[in-house]
Design a protein around this ligand. Structure first.
Ligand code: ZN
Length: 334
């Protein structure tokens, strides 16, 4: 079944949401991380962490605001940033199956994120393939109607994106709970399909999340590599009103991107975001309907063999989760 991308419809005109090179953000973040390390360690950061987890609030200061309606029809890759192959993953799954033990993590009595709520949205659902009619029904996302959910993409070897997103979500949950956060997943492989994109947003809203992150991996052309973080542009139409969350979401996005590149050592996208790893969009229901600070992250391109080698590596996924976690911690402590 072809993936037409309810999450990722033909994109908006990209107007350089944040032209500032990510390296600048990184340069700003690193000293903050180092400064914050003592505090972080003192309040119970993971002993095996290889990086500081508490970038200072002042570490990142940019005046750039996400521009509305960015996009670039001329960018063919971005037109189908999420899986244009229509190829159903094979039954076999040669990719890694290493798992974390999320349930084993017991939130500490205290921690830097005590009292904070984080909603993690693992993109798609491993069982969406068996529920085409259900996930194809249209839901209103304020600006327009789009499919409830999609199958997501897969590596060329057939490892589905939905398994990737759930694995990283588990790792991220463990890390955030270790910091004292209350973590909720929008789905945990525990429902037949979905949830729909509007419900994914609603779960974050109703949890009054302090931060929400939707985890994905892209399905673009071979040679397109790297991660990017998607932030909501200002939208005010129908049930969608992102005006209040656009700025904090941009801040969240910058911190996640900066920490992700630092911890994973993976370069930002070479096909979107003009080297910043940051993209602003106004067509995603999961962002448009959010009333809490929220970003998407496309961790890499599953259709590129080099990116796929990273995405299918358990140790790389752990770093990916660590980068996200440190970005979220930085944002929430800011
Ligand atoms: Zn996806």
């Amino acid at each position: 079944m072809s993936y037409t991308g309810p999450d990722f419809e033909p994109p908006q005109r990209r107007r350089s949401p944040l032209r500032r090179p990510l390296t600048v953000a990184i340069a700003a973040l690193v000293p903050g991380a180092l400064l914050g390390w003592g505090v972080y360690a003192a309040v119970g950061g993971p002993d095996d962490g290889d990086t500081g987890g508490s970038d200072r609030a002042g570490a990142v200061r940019t005046s750039a605001a996400p521009s509305a309606g960015a996009s670039s029809p001329g960018d063919s890759a971005s037109a189908f940033p999420h899986g244009d192959d229509g190829k159903k993953p094979a039954g076999s799954s040669p990719a890694p199956t290493s798992k974390t033990s999320p349930s084993a993590a017991q939130p500490p009595a205290s921690g830097p994120l005590k009292g904070k709520v984080v909603v993690i949205d693992p993109g798609h659902n491993p069982a969406n393939f068996q529920h085409a009619s259900e996930i194809n029904r249209k839901v209103n996302v304020g600006t327009h109607w789009k499919e409830c959910d999609t199958t997501g993409t897969a590596t060329n070897a057939g490892w589905p994106e939905a398994k990737f997103t759930l694995d990283v979500a588990h790792r991220l949950r463990t890390l955030l709970e270790a910091q004292g956060a209350t973590v909720k997943l929008t789905q945990d492989g525990d429902r037949p399909y979905g949830p729909c994109v509007d419900e994914r947003a609603r779960i974050g809203n109703e949890a009054h999340a302090d931060a929400a992150i939707s985890i994905h991996a892209d399905g673009s052309g071979a040679g397109n590599r790297g991660f990017h973080v998607i932030m909501p542009g200002p939208v005010h139409e129908g049930a969608a009103d992102t005006r209040a969350i656009a700025a904090p979401s941009a801040e969240l996005g910058k911190r996640v991107a900066g920490n992700f590149v630092r911890v994973t050592g993976t370069a930002p996208s070479n096909y979107l975001g003009e080297g910043t790893g940051l993209v602003t969009r106004t067509d995603l229901g999961g962002l448009n309907l959010s009333t809490v600070p929220k970003v998407f992250i496309e961790c890499g391109n599953m259709r590129d063999s080099k990116d796929a080698a990273l995405l299918t590596s358990g140790s790389w996924r752990q770093k990916a989760a660590q980068g996200m976690s440190e970005g979220i911690v930085s944002f929430l402590r800011g």
